[in-house]
Design a protein around this ligand. Structure first.
Ligand code: DP6
Length: 355
């Protein structure tokens, strides 16, 4: 008689927002980046993906993935790479202990929910693939640690490898051809610098025009600014940023964050045909941050933009009134601000609290 048992495991993974951006692949198949990157992990309470992975002999024979109630195509190379790697690790366990149920041979059913709008232009693929990999690893009772799982999540979406750790997380580009050393690592836990806050300004909830995957490859192929960014600017800034975090030096952290965002968007503009992620409202947000810093006489707020117009503003709790307060006041007056999300804080435990 067929085993009708359903095996199940659930998990959540947070969104991360890079302060040194990943942009460019040196190996699109293995999803290996041209430069290292570094991010701050946002809340699990406000921004996260919840995923349940299950498998059963009674399921339809094809693996399936439901995201926010909608069926997703799992035949793509990236999802397949994650499934394949995780199954092969489970197979190893099953071989070493023949009493274990043969879950690696059963169809998988993945059900994911984001607690934020997928279309909001936030890095949903990062939390999504991190949660998918962790949920299946839990289901398969794998012993691999975060670093090893980050190698797998990277193949789903590059930025996903940084969502398996909390706090401040780096992704080392690595140098090996098989990508085995292209993994994420924790620079510092959230508790190291618990005063850090992130304000997310949803400038547009529309889906981005040029996807990161397509955009970054066009940049690599056409931008003459790009080699300098990848080979000189980013390696230097990675060191400076790690130091700023270790020393809790917000001025340095903020300066590097803004310079790196500008550098990334400059290479986008230098791409042919050019890629415009920022719009007039994004530029207005930059001006507001500049004005805040001029009034303060030092850097107390730092903007960064991913592959879309939405701004993420980092600041410290002690400057809450000057930064978040001013933005909240400005939002009422500016056309184009469609909303404000994630006005939340990175607390001691890395969880976000409403401010
Ligand atoms: C601008 O991780 O979405 O957000 O590996 O092709 O899935 P793929 O790209 P993805 O790119 C993220 C780009 C970014 C910068 C960053 O998060 O580091």
């Amino acid at each position: 008689m067929a085993d009708s048992q359903i095996y199940k495991a659930s998990t959540t993974a947070p969104v991360n927002i890079a302060v040194i951006k990943y942009w460019g692949k040196r190996d699109p198949k293995l999803n290996l980046p041209t430069n290292s990157s570094l991010s701050v992990t946002l809340s699990q309470s406000d921004l996260r993906t919840h995923t349940t992975a299950s498998c059963a002999a009674t399921y339809p024979s094809q693996d399936s993935l439901l995201l926010n109630g909608q069926d997703q195509d799992v035949s793509g190379a990236r999802t397949q790479a994650c499934f394949r790697e995780l199954r092969s690790l489970r197979q190893k366990l099953e071989k070493s202990d023949p009493s274990m149920p043969k879950l690696s041979t059963l169809p998988l059913k993945i059900v994911s929910e984001n607690n934020f709008p997928t279309a909001a232009g936030l890095a949903s693929s990062a939390a999504g693939f991190a949660a998918l990999v962790r949920a299946i690893a839990n289901l398969y009772e794998l012993k691999e640690n975060e670093t090893e799982l980050s190698r797998i999540a990277r193949q789903g979406s590059g930025s996903a490898c940084r969502s398996l750790f909390g706090g401040y997380v780096g992704w080392e580009k690595g140098s090996k051809e098989d990508g085995s050393d292209s993994v994420a690592y924790q620079v510092a836990p959230a508790s190291h610098w618990p005063q850090m806050r992130a304000l997310i300004l949803v400038v547009s909830a529309a889906k981005k025009g040029v996807s990161s995957t397509t955009g970054m490859q066009t940049t690599v192929a056409t931008s003459s600014l790009f080699p300098q960014r990848a080979n000189e600017t980013v390696p230097r800034r990675m060191k400076e940023m790690e130091k700023a975090i270790q020393e809790k030096d917000f001025e340095a952290f903020g300066n590097i964050t803004m310079m790196d965002s500008n550098s990334f968007h400059a290479t986008c503009l230098d791409t042919y045909p050019p890629i415009f992620y920022l719009n007039d409202v994004s530029r207005a947000a930059i001006k507001v941050v500049e004005a805040i810093n001029v009034v303060a006489g030092k850097i107390i707020a730092a903007y960064t933009f991913d592959a879309g117009p939405n701004a993420v503003i980092y600041y410290l709790k002690e400057n809450e009134a000057e930064v978040a307060g001013l933005f909240k006041a400005a939002i009422g007056e500016k056309e184009g601000w469609t909303g404000i999300r994630g006005d939340a804080v990175l607390a001691n435990n890395g969880a976000l609290e409403q401010v």
